[in-house]
Write a protein that binds this ligand. Structure first.
Ligand SMILES: NC(=O)c1ccc[n+]([C@@H]2O[C@H](COP(=O)([O-])OP(=O)(O)OC[C@H]3O[C@@H](n4cnc5c(N)ncnc54)[C@H](OP(=O)(O)O)[C@@H]3O)[C@@H](O)[C@H]2O)c1
Length: 260
């Protein structure tokens, strides 16, 4: 029987690439994001190219009623969701105290609350059926101390590890995907300047197709943490082992240095 996957943030970047690769495997896909026009285009493309079914579920995950509708689809018994990809997210250009608190709350709603609500709905339904995979898109930033974005992604990684433990031996896997810099709309949408041209800068960047391919291989292997790219495997090992005072100093030397 054909599986159903649900991907949040399906209208662009990493989420769109997950939809492409899951559909290429033969999975039907529920597409979630705010820009319904982009989702309709993607649905038409996936159905034509891969002969799968796609469902558009336009939703703003920072809106409680919309999140409830998505959670209901995740928990639905008919056409059950067997792969959940919690991917939607965005960056904030300014440091915490220089950002409107409403924007900060919206980022927590999308990157933390929605991940918790949808993982809860999926975890229960998948445990009952004895199979499924939950993929939570976190970040290498979750190992750092760089703004509320780092804090949100740190939550996602630790939460995923904990849920993976709870679901061990149930047939359900949980994987936190921790990308480094990846070519998508992410930085332009947040108006964040990043080095893509220097020799070091070029080496840092990942392509979304390779990133998602590596992640799906890690999911198939039952890995709890997926860090695609050799450069980021090394970086995350270092970040996990150096004293936190050094990690904090690195963040302060960046853009979050407090004003004197
Ligand atoms: N690119 C990187 O360098 C990088 C590195 C580490 C981690 N990540 C993580 O990867 C994930 C995907 O980011 P990306 O790089 O693919 O960025 P992107 O190209 O900007 O895509 C972001 C996606 O999230 C959706 N989204 C944002 N706010 C939403 C909301 N309120 N409700 C529903 N959907 C929402 C957007 O759809 P709509 O605008 O249509 O709603 C879009 O589909 C994020 O969680 C990000 O934190 C990215």
């Amino acid at each position: 029987m054909t599986k159903w996957a649900l991907v949040t943030g399906a209208s662009a970047g990493i989420g769109k690439e997950f939809c492409e690769q899951l559909a290429a495997r033969g999975d039907n896909v529920v597409l979630v994001a705010r820009r319904a026009d982009r989702l309709e285009e993607l649905k038409a493309h996936l159905e034509k190219r891969y002969r799968v079914h796609a469902e558009v579920l336009a939703a703003d995950l920072a809106n409680a009623d919309d999140l409830k509708r998505v959670a209901e689809r995740v928990a639905q018994a008919s056409d059950p969701i067997e792969v959940l990809v919690n991917n939607a997210g965005f960056g904030l250009k300014t440091a915490f105290l220089d950002t409107d608190v409403e924007k900060e709350i919206a980022s927590v709603d999308v990157m933390v609350k929605a991940v918790v609500v949808l993982s809860h709905a999926a975890g229960r339904a998948m445990r009952e059926r004895g199979r499924g995979a939950i993929i939570n898109v976190s970040s290498v930033a979750g190992f750092m101390a760089s703004g509320t974005y780092s804090a949100a992604k740190s939550y996602v990684t630790v939460f995923s590890e904990s849920l993976a433990g709870q679901l061990a031996r149930t047939g359900v896997t949980v994987t936190a995907l921790c990308p480094g810099f990846t070519h998508t709309d992410f930085h332009a949408s947040a108006d964040i300047d990043v080095d893509k041209t220097s020799a070091i800068g070029k080496r840092l960047w990942l392509d979304a197709d390779r990133l998602v391919r590596d992640c799906l291989a890690d999911v198939d292997a039952g890995r709890v943490i997926s860090v695609p790219g050799k450069q980021y495997k090394v970086a995350t090992q270092l970040l996990r082992h150096v004293p936190r005072s050094i990690v904090r100093a690195g963040a302060l030397s960046n853009r979050h240095r407090p004003r004197d």
